[in-house]
Design a protein around this ligand. Structure first.
Ligand SMILES: NC(=O)C1=CN([C@@H]2O[C@H](COP(=O)(O)OP(=O)(O)OC[C@H]3O[C@@H](n4cnc5c(N)ncnc54)[C@H](OP(=O)(O)O)[C@@H]3O)[C@@H](O)[C@H]2O)[C@@H](O)CC1
Ligand SMILES: Nc1ncnc2c1ncn2[C@@H]1O[C@H](COP(=O)(O)OP(=O)(O)O)[C@@H](O)[C@H]1O
Ligand SMILES: [Mg+2]
Length: 280
């Protein structure tokens, strides 16, 4: 397994060309946040916007609109129950992130099915949180697209059947290979204290991070950062690796002076961290 180190950053985070505009940096849809888990999709949105995505639209429960805009007015809001709007807007997106804080009720299941039908092969679909739990429970077929799954260890167990106690680089690689049979363009970010990333071209282990990260919303934030990186940067595989590294590296820096690192603090530090690590 190769290690994910700071050497991934200059490969991915490049100086912005002078002649560019918001459209240059990608359009992202984030879909999730039910009435109870609005915080999850707000944290994802912070990750995407602060990572530098050009245009971000958050599809969530209507009750989350004012909190979303209090945290991040840069994002657009859409009601995830408005099927006509979803059907109209989704084809315009480069990256779609689905599931952070979505919940697992029937409404969530129907939304996932609708979105899987709308996604096109040119798009990148990130599947996180509740959407992973529902995909596993109902054995939903993932659409043809570039797929990124971001399970924590229990979600990985649900998805692959590999029990948590038996998860290690070798068993995870075998389970990933099985997923690849049906989805040749799938990347798996298997999150833990030492997150592993499986891509069609290699397996990687993160080298940074801290237990100060072990708090709700940390994965929702990662889903947002990955979406923001993939929307802007060339290679999807490298963008995912750089996002995983960046998320933990910022946390480790903050943890030098903090007992716990709050997810939104990582997002707020992204513009500064990316400025420090951008390459020509
Ligand atoms: N502020 C918000 O809005 C927030 C909203 N959120 C949203 O909530 C939704 C549900 O996501 P979820 O992760 O909280 O619940 P679920 O998928 O049932 O997994 C938990 C079960 O798995 C077990 N477990 C064992 N190992 C584990 C591991 N390494 N990592 C994690 N869990 C592990 C664990 O064991 P236990 O802790 O009980 O010992 C428990 O039995 C999802 O959409 C998410 O986005 C959250 O992000 C929080 C902030
Ligand atoms: N002890 C730890 N060391 C490093 N990273 C951790 C640790 N515990 C959790 N994390 C990170 O926090 C995130 C947790 O993801 P997840 O459980 O999906 O969070 P949530 O759904 O609450 O947002 C992952 O990125 C994981 O790698
Ligand atoms: Mg999660």
């Amino acid at each position: 397994m190769k290690l994910i180190t700071s050497s991934i950053l200059p490969k991915v985070i490049r100086k912005r060309p002078t002649k560019s505009f918001k459209g240059t940096y990608g359009k992202v849809a984030l879909i999730g946040g039910n009435h109870n888990f609005g915080g999850a999709i707000i944290m994802s949105t912070l990750g995407t916007v602060y990572a530098g995505a050009g245009l971000t639209t958050t599809f969530t429960d209507a009750s989350n609109q004012s909190s979303l805009h209090a945290w991040v007015p840069e994002a657009m809001f859409a009601d995830y129950q408005d099927q006509a709007q979803l059907t109209q807007l989704l084809p315009t997106m480069d990256v779609i992130s689905l599931g952070s804080g979505l919940g697992t009720d029937e409404q969530a299941l129907n939304l996932i099915k609708l979105i899987f039908n709308l996604v096109t092969p040119e798009q990148v679909l990130l599947v996180d949180g509740s959407a992973l739990t529902l995909v596993a429970k109902y054995q939903l077929a993932l659409p043809t697209a570039t797929i990124i799954v971001t399970p924590h260890q229990m979600e990985w167990e649900r998805l692959t059947g590999v029990q948590l106690a038996n998860q290690n680089p070798a068993t995870n690689q075998r389970a990933y290979n099985q997923l690849l049979v049906d989805h040749p363009h799938l990347i798996a970010v298997v999150k833990s204290a030492q997150t592993e990333v499986f891509t069609p071209t290699g397996a990687f282990q993160n080298t940074t991070g801290t237990p100060a990260q072990a708090t709700g919303g940390m994965g929702d934030t990662l889903a947002g950062i990955i979406s923001g990186f993939v929307a802007q940067f060339q290679s999807v595989d490298d963008a995912v690796l750089a996002a995983v590294y960046t998320h933990s590296a910022i946390a480790a820096q903050l943890a030098q002076q903090q007992y716990v690192v709050l997810p939104h603090q990582i997002s707020e530090d992204l513009p500064h961290f990316m400025h420090e690590h951008q390459a020509d």
